[in-house]
Design a protein around this ligand. Structure first.
Ligand code: HEM
Length: 444
């Protein structure tokens, strides 16, 4: 193994493993009241946490990811010197970053679902599988690991599953575009993007700046770890549909405006490749549906610069204007859907909780997740429209605006309300498997 070969046997599978489609899953949060019990939990869970090494065993299609908050590492008794070596954002936790992230008003931590954002959240466990039977089996193993361990409490649980349409609650296919992690063996989804250095996602490898990302100490704890962000994001599907209905004069126009806001049609077909109409065949073709750049559309006539996906990854669109290296702001997304679909055509809210569990994996909370959220989704300076936020997921307050470049005159969509409300979340650290063993063996 050369120094930069990815240690797939040690990295947890969650970040590098594409989620199955369809999928079912569960997120569980636990509180550690007794550090010895917490370590025993880690020891018991260690054998059922999978590595990222590809396997042909179908049972390995169901996997568990295990991650800890700063408070969780503290509750396990990780020495203070080591706790201090983690990134400042991780140490603060997501709730403390709320103002920067745009989690204000309805999305502010005082309104979060309990216990999200509280110091009680210590351990986050995610189980994902292609079907309920395999999920049940893997969860049963986790339950047995936790069962009869006084001093460790399950405090929150959230099920997720792919909707029958294969889309998210707003009706769009998601999870299409992912960076290729150099050395992971997972092929690129966009052949126009060179593989991204592994150190952008997994600690202890060189990153895009050519250096090793800051690593938590001791080395055994940081090596092969990844920061994870999870956010429960409630989606206001009825409000979104009503907004489009009010702004459009036909159903076709509703669909077009919705696509302009996202940057893709509902099928997943990108506007950059199919600007006039949806092309479900293109949307379903994984060899083509992410094979595009923006260099022939710098003015955004096909895909507006303010569209969600273009903001979140402007690809080559900024090369010409400013020295922003988009490669420093990439992220792996492993988001899932929760809650029932709002039936087609319904415009009134039915009161059900639905949305996505947004999951990020990367080595840099600040320059990846937080940068994209604050500078690209919640601000418009970088596209020359300081008054505009992401029309789809931005922290709008009813006065939001979205510009659609078109000839002869651009179109402005006004009074955008908030379609996505943060229900809570946390910054976590998913250690490598050796690090898990180290955590389980902590003494004192
Ligand atoms: C409820 C909230 C959200 C919904 C419904 C949503 C939906 C989508 C959809 C439909 C796409 C296009 C499909 C794809 O390229 O995979 C997309 C792309 C993307 N989203 Fe989101 N998203 C949400 C929140 C976020 C947040 C909070 C971030 C980051 C902080 C984010 C980052 C991205 C990125 C990086 C892409 C890929 C862009 C590309 O490479 O072309 N999304 N999202």
């Amino acid at each position: 193994m050369t120094t930069f070969d990815l240690d797939l046997d040690d990295i947890q599978s969650g970040a590098l493993h594409e989620r199955p489609s369809p999928y079912v899953g569960t997120y569980v949060l636990l509180r550690i009241d007794d550090r010895r019990a917490g370590r025993e939990l880690v020891r018991r869970l260690h054998p059922i946490v999978d590595s990222a090494r590809p396997s042909s065993d179908p049972a390995r299609d169901a996997w568990i990811t295990l991650a800890f908050t700063y408070q969780g590492l503290k509750a396990l008794g990780v020495p203070q010197g080591s706790l201090d070596s983690f990134s400042p954002e991780f140490r603060q936790g997501m709730a403390a970053r709320a103002t920067e992230l745009g989690d204000v008003g309805e999305s502010s931590p005082v309104n979060w679902e309990k216990p999200l954002g509280s110091p009680d959240v210590h351990v986050a466990l995610a189980a994902l599988s292609p079907d309920a039977a395999r999920l049940g089996a893997v969860l049963e193993r986790a339950r047995r690991a936790q069962g009869e361990l006084p001093g460790v409490e399950v405090i929150w649980r959230q099920d997720c599953y792919q909707l029958p349409t294969g889309r998210t609650s707003f009706g769009f296919k998601d999870g299409i575009s992912q960076p290729e992690v150099e050395g992971s063996g997972v092929p690129a989804s966009n052949p126009g993007e060179k593989p991204i250095k592994a150190g952008e996602f997994i600690l202890s490898y060189p990153d895009e700046t050519g250096s090793l990302p800051a690593m938590p100490t001791p080395e055994v704890l940081g090596r092969n770890g990844t920061y994870i962000v999870f956010r429960k994001l409630h989606t206001r599907v009825a409000a979104y549909r009503r907004y489009l209905r009010a702004k459009a004069s036909s159903q076709e126009e509703e669909v077009l405006l919705g696509a302009k806001m996202v940057g893709r049609w509902q099928s997943g077909a990108p506007l950059g490749l199919s600007p006039e109409r949806d092309d479900p065949e293109l949307g379903a073709d994984r060899h083509r549906n992410n094979n595009f750049l923006y260099r022939d559309d710098l003015r955004g006539f096909k895909c507006p610069a303010g569209a969600h996906a273009r903001r979140a990854n402007p690809r080559d669109a900024l090369d010409h204007e400013m020295s922003v290296d988009v490669r420093l702001h990439r992220m792996i997304r492993r988001s899932t859907s929760y809650g029932p679909a709002l039936p087609e055509g319904v415009l009134e809210d039915d009161g059900a909780d639905r949305g996505i569990i947004f999951v990020f994996a990367g080595a840099h909370l600040k320059r990846q997740f937080e940068f994209v959220k604050t500078q690209w989704l919640n601000d418009g300076i970088f596209i020359g429209a300081p008054a505009e936020k992401d029309p789809f997921v931005g922290a709008s307050d009813g006065s939001g605006m979205f510009t659609i470049p078109q000839r002869p005159i651009r179109r402005r969509m006004q009074n955008l309300p908030r379609f996505v409300v943060t229900r809570g979340g946390e910054y976590c650290f998913a250690p490598g498997l050796r690090a898990l063993r180290w955590l389980g063996a902590l003494e004192t």
